[in-house]
Each structure stands twice: as C-alpha cells, then as structure tokens.
Design a protein around this ligand. Sequence first.
Ligand code: ANZ
Ligand code: ZN
Length: 800
Amino acid sequence: NKNYDPKEIESKWQKVWTDEKAFAATDDYTKPKYYALVEFPYPSGQGLHVGHPRPYTALDIVARKRRLQGYNVLYPMGWDAFGLPTENYAIKNHIHPKIVTKNNVARFKNQLQSLGYSFDWDREINTTDPNYYHWTQWIFLKLYKAGLAYKSEMPVNWCTSCKVGLANEEVVNGVCERCGSPVVRKMKSQWMLKITEYADKLIDGLDSVDYVEKVKVSQRNWIGRSNGAEVDFAIAGTDDKLRIYTTRPDTLFGVTYMVVSPEHPYLDKYKDQISNWDEIVAYREEAAKKSDFERSELAKDKTGVEINGLKAVNPVNKKEIPIWVSDYVLMSYGTGAIMAVPAHDERDWAFAKKFNLPIVEVVAGGDVQNAAFTDVQTGTLVNSGFLDGLEVADAKKKIVEYLEENKIGTPKKNYKLRDWVFSRQRYWGEPIPIVKCEKCGYVPLSEDELPLELPDVESYMPTDNGESPLAAMTDWVNTTCPCCGGPAKRETDTMPQWAGSSWYFLRYTDPHNNDALASKEAMKYWLPVDWYNGGMEHTTLHLLYSRFWHRFLYDQGVVPCKEPYQKRTSHGMILGENGEKMSKSRGNVINPDDIVNEFGADTLRTYEMFIGAFELAASWSNEGVKGCRRFLERVWKLQDMLTDEEGFSKDMETKMHQTMKKVSSDFETLKYNTAIAAMMALLNDFYKKGSITKGELKTFLILLNPVAPHITEEMWADCGFGGRLYQQAWPEYDEAKTVENTVEIAVQINGKTKGTVSITRDCDKDTAIAAGKEVIKDKLTGNIIKEIYVPGRIINIVMK
Ligand code: ANZ
Ligand code: ZN
C-alpha cells in the first residue's frame, strides 16, 4: 500500500470539497439548521497564529459532526479588517491600508484553507467592504434616530502612543490594551452610544442563554448593577442638601463623616465659605492627574483634605459630621459623594484610621477597631436606634421605608457600566454618516446616501491635536446639509474597531443582500447562533457590544430573537514550549505553516485538539505533534489489516459502541482531548487483534473525520466504501451494547467466597451454577442443600 503523504492528499481533498461545494449552507429552510460560529480574525500582518486553529478546529468538529447528523449547517468565516495595526503598518510602510488589508486577507485565507476547515467560503465577509459597512452605518443611523447615539464633550481615555481615544473596556490596568502605553484623560467631543440604557436587558438576558458561567459572571460584574438608596444629608446652616448613593442604608447610624469627590460641584458653590480653599484647589489638581482606576484601588494609600467651614447633618440622628474631599470617591459614579461608614466599609476604614476619624460599630459580629466588618449575610444591628436588633436584610427594608416616608431618600439602582465611546480619531474605520450644519446642528444622512465611502487620503498620520486624518480632506469634509441645503461639514471621526463585529453574525445569514442587512426569512431560519466560541478577552468588549446591538435591533423589529447567541464557550491560550506566552521577543513563536508543511494539517488539527482541556491554557510540545503524526500513520495502516466482514466482530462490539458513545458526547462538551484518547485506545485494540472489519473501519473513519478530515476521506475512497465520507451519516450507538456482556462473579460456599467465574450477563441459572461448581469442585465435599444464583452478582452453594 502507498505511504501516508499528507501533502498530496490534503490539497487534493481541499480542492474536491471546494469544487463540490461540500460545506455550503443551503437555503432549504425546511431542513433542521445548525449555526456554528467562531470569532472572525483580525487579519494582521503576522499571519495566522497557532492560537487561531484551536477554536476553529473545535467548532469545525461540531460543524462536521452536525452535517453528518443531517443538519443544514452554517459555519462561516470573514475578516474584521478595520483597525489600528493595519493603519499603523500603512503609515510606516507608505502603503494604502486597503492594500495592506487585501494582502493580509489573502494570506490568512490561504492559511485557513490549508487547514481544511469546512467554512462556507461563499459567505465570506469583510467589514471594510462598502457593501458591508453600508449596514454598519445603517445601524448607526437607527441608533441615532432612537436617541441612542449622541455627541458629548467628555474626558476620554487618550492613548499617548496610538493618539486615539479608547473605550473604558480598552483600558487595562491604566494602560492601552493594544500598545501598553499610559492612558491620560483628555477632553474631546465624542460620539457616544447609550449602552447604559440596555444595562438591565443585558443582565437579564443572560438568564435565557447557555454561556459558560465565568462569562456570565464577568458580564454581570462589568455591568455592575447594585441596589441601594440615595439619601439627602442637610448641609448645616443652609437649606441645601448633599445627596449620596449607598448600598448600605442600614448602616446610616454608623456614618461618622462624609466624602465628596474632588470634582464635586459643591466645592465651587461653597468656595467663599471654605476657609482652606487653597488646600482644596491644590488637592483637586493632584487628583486630576490620576485615572479612575488608580483612584479606586483598594490597596492605595488614602489621601484627602477636610473641608473647613462646611458640616453635614446625619438625617437619622441629627449629628453634625465633617465633610472631606478625597479622590477615592469618583464623580462618575452614583452622586459623586458618599456617607462614610468606617466600621463596615474597607476604604472608609482605611481612611478613618489614617485621619483619626471615629469608627462606630452598627452591625455586630466583627472587631471594627481592627478591621472593617463587611459581611452582609449575617449580623444584627446595634447602636442604631429603631433598627437595633434587626438583621441586615430587614434593617435595609425598614430604613428605606423610613427614608421614603420622611422624604430624605429613595431606593436607587446603580450601574458600573458607562456609555460606549464610539468615535476614533483615525482613518481606517467606517465613516460616521452624520454632517454638522451651521443651522440645523447634527443631521444624519438619508439611508439612500449609504454607504458613505471612506475617501482616499494623502496621509494617514493621526494628529497631535486629536483630529482624524480625514479632517484635512476639505473636499470631502465640506458638503451640503441634507436638511436645509446649506453648508455643512462631515463628521471626520470614524467608528471604533468594534463596530463591524457587533452585527457580523447577522450578515452571514444572507451576505449578498443589497436591500437589507439580511432578509427576514434568512434571519428567522438561522438565528440565533447555536454555538459561538471565542476568547475570554472579548467578554466585556465584543460579546457585550454585539449583544447590545442585537437587542436594540430586536426592539426595532429588525431581528427575530432577543439574544444573538444561544451558547457561548471559550478556549484557553496556546503557550510556548516554556509555558510562556508566544512572542517574537521570547523567540518561542510556532508558525502553523511550518507544522502543516512538515506534518500535515490533520496532524496540526489533531494535536491542537489533543493538547489539553479545551478551556485551559496549554503549552506547545513538538514531541506531542510527532505523537499525533504517529497516531495518524497507524490509522493509515489499518487498511493493511482490513477483512471482508461487514459488521462489527463479536469481540469488538462493546468497545465499538463505547467509543461511539464517548466520542459523540465528548465532541459536544469540549472534551476533544478525551475523545481523541478514546480513538487512540480503540486503534490499539485493532492492532492487538491484528485485523479490522469493514464495518469497524467505516465507523472509525467517520468518528475521526471531524478531527482529521483529509486522511479519513482519502482512506474512505481507497477502501472503496462508496460515495464521499462527508456525505455519510454519523454512527448511532446502541446503549445496551455499550455494557460489557460478560461479568465476573463470586462463587461462594455458605456465604464465603471461594473463587470467581466469568459468565455472560444474561446467563441462565443452570449454566451459571454448573460453571460455578466447576471452579470450586475440589471444595464441594459435603451435602448440597441449596443452590443460589443472583444474576450479575453471586453464586452461593449451601452445604451441610
Ligand atoms: C455606605 C456604605 C457602608 C457603603 C458600607 C458600603 C459599605 P457598589 O456596590 O460598587 O455600587 N460609593 C458610592 N458612590 C461612590 C463613588 N462615587 N465613589 C466611590 N465610592 C462610592 O458600591 C456602592 C458603595 O460604594 C456605596 O455604599 C458607597 O459606600 C460607595 F458598610 O455607602 B457605601
Ligand atoms: Zn442644515
């Protein structure tokens, strides 16, 4: 027989599959459908990374299995191609970003095709294609008309190196997520999307979907809904009130001071009354230099200044308390002012210790002079007047009623989520379809003016003053107002990288539609996405944004379901052999092309699925790659042991059904590694036996096909099994046959075990007793008075 030559067979089958449109999703909406999705890549200049094939292979397995199960499967691929790295590369090398993108896409596509993925390439999309971003702009106009897109002068996170404003989600530990440079705050007029209006829907929607728990938890925390109350504290000697937000109104009797944020408007308002004004101003200037992130760090040394000349009055006990300014209170959350309860809040406690402020215990159970007691589940109120003796939960209810009755407070929900900064001062993004007219203000383009195409510019350099390179294109910028026909200017900021990916899964259902983002029928049939796999790092970015757009489009009657993705899973990273992240500087980068060239795509696919538990990070191992190649070599040689028998041989039957069952279920539950291990074990059994029936080989090839599609398709053809493997049916196992038919049971005399015997599970009494007696015949010396057989358990001979 010929040798295993992946180079030859892989390109051969890739061509056959393409020519036969083997993996095209059909528009036959009467068939059961399955929509499997992986996050489409950003086509960077580096080409495919070995991290990419891990999720792509995993869902390729699911997609291929579903096709064999008779589903009409949509498994699409495309390019998320707008963005900074392309623009930065274009600037450096003086090549138009369009050309850079085209080249990168071509390379990525080649690489993906060489891996034999069953993507439906007829549905390929590219976010930089005007026919695509036409609809990105269309959705923006919808948002604008619904009042969910607005322009606002606000401090933005400004990356000092990329020279671009960033969304909160893009700032990680105070630095730019992309380049690691420090992020400073800068005032800029920005387009904003009111994602906050969808906070409740985005949290509540999580109850109806099947996402891995850590994704749900992290979205809930990011949205950060908290239930509390706003309470008014009188400012002594005035009619004015200082309003605070608290999640612990039950601790009101424990308030020993108040804190306002350095940006709080009352500072300026009471300026003349404040005797240490200079000190306050100096403190405010220092605070302006810090990010919200630095300011809210728990461990940070607390700083602050007491406001001399202003006092607050606690509404429940009428005590006068001091008001401080401190940067640990943020103007962007709640009301920008707090009631401080040092006994039961950690930051207040640290602050009180530092400035020698009183600590008054109001919930029993801790040692509040030594640490804040923050438990909210247990604990009884003390030192709290009419709340004394109540449990925390009851005290909360009672105090809120009291506050409402006396008009000093109201229940209030708050969210950590902020509106989404939706403009970027860069070239390579979707133009925002809005003009600014001197008379009419902001005016949206009409829908038939879409797409508003990105014009060619001379230079893509961002400017230090924060203007997009488009601003220099006066011919493009100066236009007429769609409303009054007067002079107007186009918006020159572009949309952020996250725009195109916020709805791309809709476009795949009907990618060539010129009249709508997708037809209603196509969306009704294909949505929601049945299984979406993507990186954990996108949980509070892309995943949240796309759920927001989708829910908005649902409210607008555009899409048929509330949630876009029924199921969401996440893969772990692939690290270098040394267990560290792969990077050029560490010199541990593995290029998937090299692996494909040396070992074949099937080996790479098998290896990446075998490398370890799918959800955990795993280190690369060249030995592991070789091991997978050896496994496939041994699979190849099964042809040499093929017999003429059609079904399963008697002694392999149980093992076959067990493996069918295990592989079927492991493919559904992210346990690709143990599925492969089970197939390896089965292979060993064939080798031990030295033969394999046709029925066994067919089943084995179908089970392995989703992981290693080329070798299995080739063997199917070589063995003359008929048709293509990809057109076969997934094997159904028989539950009854997964259990071993022989059992070993104990043979006893008078209840004491004397030996064991192997019999079939359904063995009759006479046969069983005879076989049992045979084993212990030397010991059968007395008179047998009774013979007991409990099938599957024991044989007991009672003697005198
Ligand atoms: C009194 C209190 C007592 C508080 C106690 C907590 C524990 P979450 O759950 O994150 O919503 N807070 C309110 N506004 C703030 C701001 N602008 N900057 C910094 N901190 C602020 O947190 C709400 C709690 O954070 C509020 O409840 C308030 O402190 C503080 F035993 O009020 B609490
Ligand atoms: Zn106008």
